[in-house]
Design a protein. Structure first.
Length: 254
């Protein structure tokens, strides 16, 4: 059964008259899920963008998947209600304060420790990272438990772009990077960054959700119901697996 997770008050249904289309954004450095269209840089493409196109057909509402800045900026735009949906976010308690989460999820992801070949950092569990200088992308989450552990125990620098983080590790300016495996591999390949390896044990396995801004004029009970039903139909048909495969091929060919 489709559900929406929500902990905060939502806009009144009287705002529905203002809702003529849904503006969607997400992490623009997240292949195969999302990335900027080289032919139209103000647009995001990828598996999640294609899923939103199918969602548009299901709910009978125009849906625009737009580049609105870095992942950190996207979250600020969502908090302010300047975008309606994020196509791909992990579940954290702070985020529940400004956006609702749709179930079923979009995909399940795996976050890993990436080091240079020959590194003496042999990661198996979180304490293995203590005393090592790491890097990740600003405002990224790897699950609340790890986020809390990292804040209290790790030397983890944050940078604006994944490619920069990978280059720092490849260039010896950091000992490891933490990120999701598929996007990290995709960016390393496109940037020509070699000599990096993933630890076999994951930092975390996280669910990726479609989310709805509390401040969106489209966030009404009726619209949440339409989107939840559509997501149930789309994910039940296993369409996402096919979209990811197609997106990987598209990314490689660009």
């Amino acid at each position: 059964m489709s559900l929406v997770l929500a902990l905060a008050a939502r806009p009144a249904d009287s705002h529905a008259a203002e809702c003529t289309r849904l503006l969607v954004s997400g992490n623009p450095e997240y292949p195969p899920y999302l990335w900027r269209d080289p032919a139209a840089p103000d647009r995001l493409i990828g598996a999640n963008a294609e899923l939103m196109a199918l969602l548009s057909e299901k709910i009978g509402m125009p849906v625009e998947v737009r580049y609105t800045g870095s992942w950190a900026r996207v979250q600020e735009e969502m908090r302010a209600g300047r975008i309606d949906l994020i196509a791909g976010a992990f579940l954290t308690t702070p985020r529940l304060g400004y956006m609702d989460y749709f179930i079923p999820l979009i995909a399940r992801t795996r976050s890993v420790v990436i080091t240079p070949e020959g590194s003496d950092l042999n990661y198996r569990q979180w304490p293995d990272l203590v005393g090592h200088a790491g890097v990740t992308v600003i405002n990224n989450s790897f699950g609340e438990a790890f986020d809390r552990y990292a804040k209290e125990n790790l030397d983890l620098q944050e940078v604006g772009k994944l490619e920069n983080a990978l280059q720092m590790v490849a260039g010896g300016r950091a000992e490891f990077v933490i990120y999701e495996d598929a996007p990290a591999r995709a960016f390393a390949a496109r940037a020509g960054i070699t000599g990096l390896v993933e630890a076999p044990d994951a930092i975390s396995n996280e669910n990726l959700y479609l989310t709805f801004s509390h401040r969106s004029p489209c966030n009404t009970g009726e619209m949440r119901g339409r989107i939840a039903q559509a997501m149930q139909e789309l994910t039940g048909s296993e369409v996402m697996g096919k979209l990811i495969e197609q997106a990987i091929e598209s990314w490689r060919s660009q």
